[in-house]
Ligand binder design. Structure first.
Ligand code: IPD
Ligand code: CA
Ligand code: CA
Length: 278
């Protein structure tokens, strides 16, 4: 696999409690790409009648569910006794295992349904609750972003790094909006501050791709006030391995389960934190 064999870091951390992350990551990539191929094939078959509303504004179809089953089946044999946290809950959910797979089979479902080509497969691996490996496959761009702890962050075989932008006035910042129309005043207030200070604001509609783009420097930062572990677990390790800082919106060190996130290059992370501050 490109990039994975050339890792200087591979020597430093090749095994973590008997799981060799440098070996497991290409296997996760293979599974993510297989699911991505299925998702892409179904794009033209999807009809209005296939779409269900899970909860307020949150849509789902058989494609999300079948893709998740494919991924779960593939991952099940990789680590014995690992737990699963998955958006579509096609398997028993478990948050108490030492190793846990966190899966969003199709991140960007609204884009997918509207045939906007910005959606991804996101698979994260947690060790004791902390992301240690992650794969984000941006299906229509055929871009596979991946990282494992100590191994660096990669895009299709090339090392990636966060941007070097040192001032928010020069930064392009991504964000997302919640399906539930709650706490909108607070969201708008923060957004207003960002619009006034940053070079540009983007809302792609896929938290996973927002994080992947932050990792490779296309975005300088990404923040969102209402996210789930499956949206961000893979992206957290990819941004960190690319040299970025990822916290909760209020500085929480491990944002996988906080429900909100701020990822940025190290030069602007703390300044953004101050802007967002409660
Ligand atoms: C959503 C997307 C969106 C983000 C939402 C997520 P879904 O995931 O990542 O960009 O703003 O918070 O729920 O529903 O498309 O998998
Ligand atoms: Ca999602
Ligand atoms: Ca999803």
């Amino acid at each position: 696999m490109d990039g994975l064999n050339e890792m200087p870091q591979k020597k430093q951390i090749t095994t973590v409690d008997f799981i060799d992350l440098s070996v497991i990551t290409p296997k996760i990539m293979e599974i993510a790409k297989k699911a991505g191929t299925y998702i892409r094939q179904e794009l033209d078959q999807l009809l209005e009648s296939h779409i269900e509303t899970k909860e307020e504004n949150s849509l789902v179809s058989y494609v999300d569910q079948n893709a998740e089953k494919l991924i779960v089946e593939g991952l099940s044999s990789l680590i014995e006794d690992a737990g699963f946290i998955t958006e579509e809950a096609t398997i028993d959910q478990s948050q108490t295992k030492y190793w846990t797979w966190v899966i969003d089979p199709l991140d960007g479902t609204t884009n997918y349904i509207h045939k906007i080509p910005v959606f991804a497969v996101s698979i994260g691996l947690l060790k004791d609750g902390i992301p240690v490996a992650g794969v984000i496959y941006h299906i229509m761009a055929d871009e596979c972003f991946y990282a494992w702890q100590g191994g660096g962050a990669w895009l299709n075989g090339q090392r990636i790094y966060v941007s070097k932008t040192s001032e928010i006035k020069d930064a392009v910042i991504a964000t997302g909006f919640p399906y539930k129309r709650e706490n909108i005043e607070e969201l708008v207030l923060t957004l207003k501050k960002m619009i006034l200070i940053a070079r540009g604001i983007r809302r792609l509609g896929s938290a996973a791709i927002d994080l992947a783009y932050t990792a490779c420097g296309r975005f300088d930062a990404y923040y969102e006030g209402s996210i789930n572990a499956w949206d961000v677990s893979a992206g957290i390790i990819i941004v960190r391995e690319a040299g970025g800082i990822v916290t909760g919106l209020y500085g929480e060190e491990e944002p996988c389960f906080t429900g909100h996130i701020l990822a940025a290059n190290p030069s602007i992370h703390s300044a953004l934190r101050l802007i967002i501050k409660k």
